[in-house]
Unconditional design. Structure first.
Length: 423
């Protein structure tokens, strides 16, 4: 059996970056893989790599993955053979700059056999550079069925019903309607961008959402501004988030759901993606009869099928060696995700797997949501170029902290990326 090393790096991993290099006489060379997964996610991905019947594979994970990867690329030190990137815009930037290796014909065939064409990322030269390896459903609201039952609440089926429920919780109980925080190290602010994106998608619709992502509609446009104002009223208003402004700014996102599970509960709802299951305590049961359940953030019309905001991680190739291409073909296959799916907290846009047999536990529901959704859109801030994404994260943080007005925030974002009036 081949040897597998999983290096779990929580902080910057530049100093250890060369540890994965193979010796010149090694045939084939060990494959180095760099990604954003640490802890239990890294263990699950290591189990996937252990099923690869090829060269030795060494995985390194970093909690500040994007910054670390960009530092490696700019310095040329510790470049991995494979990277797992959660931002499509960054993948496109790296492909355009020539840092990525286009897939071989065998890898292209493996990807096309296992994924829909609209889930693939093509560069401007028409070559395939990324496997849509893991997906996340972001439009989820977590709640405790026992708390809802005790108080006579039902999951809302429209945004108006959600607003009414928030008012009722605030008026009738000692609970805050929401658990919410934005603290995430170098990526602080992203939970707030998720709220904005979900609200734009619901209030303005997918066509407007697409134009906003493409830069044809400004941040200061009333249709986009409305989403910021709705988020401010629904979540940020005084008393609506457990712990107030201090908790929003200082509690790490992975711990933000804590008050949902206390007795008595500190908050009634927690909006977070499907990967939040890996942040819950081990053994937490999920479902209508479980400790926690979820509903999809509703749309504007009562009972309508709401759109899904999704995100995901793409696997890209930085080294042009046959053994690396073999690994990429394996990751594209159903076996390239099976070990993680069996452990839980894994879904993907693969077309040739049955959610009921491939996934486990609540992932079956997530997989079905992803497969059956009438409208899906990718996380907008992950689609924005690096400059705009960075400006949005820092701007959202400043606005929430009261250091910037909404007008100032929207104007600053438009200054970073002005729509082209000729479009």
């Amino acid at each position: 059996m081949k040897y597998l090393t999983a290096l779990l790096v929580v902080a910057s991993s530049l100093l250890a970056a060369c540890a994965g290099e193979g010796s010149p006489d090694q045939t084939p060379q060990a494959i180095t893989v760099f990604g954003p997964w640490i802890g239990s996610d890294a263990d699950a991905f290591a189990a996937v790599l252990d099923g690869f019947d090829g060269a030795e594979v060494r995985y390194t994970g970093s909690a500040d993955f994007v910054g670390d990867l960009q530092a490696r690329i700019s310095s040329g030190v510790g470049l991995p053979d494979v990277a797992l990137i959660p931002q499509p815009a960054l993948i496109e930037e790296l492909a355009s700059s020539g840092d990525l290796v286009p897939f071989s014909d065998d890898v292209v065939s493996a990807v096309e056999d296992n994924f829909t064409s609209d889930s693939l990322r093509l560069s401007t030269d028409g070559k395939l550079y990324s496997i849509p390896y893991r997906s996340n459903v972001k439009s989820l609201v977590w709640y405790r069925p026992d708390v809802f039952d005790t108080n006579g609440w039902d999951p809302p089926t429209s945004l108006d019903e959600l607003d009414a429920l928030v008012n009722r919780i605030e008026t009738d109980t000692d609970m805050a309607p929401w658990c919410f925080s934005i603290s995430a190290g170098g990526q602080t602010g992203w939970p707030a961008t998720d709220w904005i994106e979900d609200l734009v998608l619901r209030q303005a619709g997918p066509d407007v959402y697409d134009q906003w992502v493409d830069g044809r509609i400004a941040f200061s446009d009333p249709m986009i501004r409305n989403a910021f104002e709705a988020f401010d009223e629904l979540v940020l208003s005084r008393g609506r988030t457990f712990g107030g402004a201090q908790a929003i700014a200082e509690v790490d996102v992975a711990r933000a759901s804590g008050p949902l599970f206390t007795d008595p509960a500190g908050c009634a709802m927690y909006k977070q993606a499907s990967f939040a299951t890996s942040w819950f305590a081990n053994g937490t049961t999920i479902g209508a009869d479980g400790e926690v359940d979820f509903f999809t953030l509703p749309g504007t019309d009562v009972g309508s099928s709401p759109p899904l905001l999704i995100a995901g991680t793409g696997a890209v190739q930085l080294a042009d060696r046959p053994e690396v291409s073999e690994l990429m073909a394996y990751l594209a296959s159903p076996d390239g995700g099976r070990a993680w799916a069996e452990r839980g907290s894994y879904i993907s846009p693969r077309t040739n797997v049955d959610p009921d047999s491939y996934y486990r536990g609540s992932d079956i529901r997530f997989g079905a949501l992803l497969k059956d959704a009438e409208v899906t859109r990718f996380d907008a801030s992950d689609e924005f170029d690096s400059a705009l994404r960075s400006a949005m994260l820092t701007g959202m943080t400043s606005w929430i902290a009261g250091r910037q007005t909404l007008d100032e925030l929207l104007a600053a974002l438009d200054a970073v990326r002005s729509p082209d009036p000729s479009d």
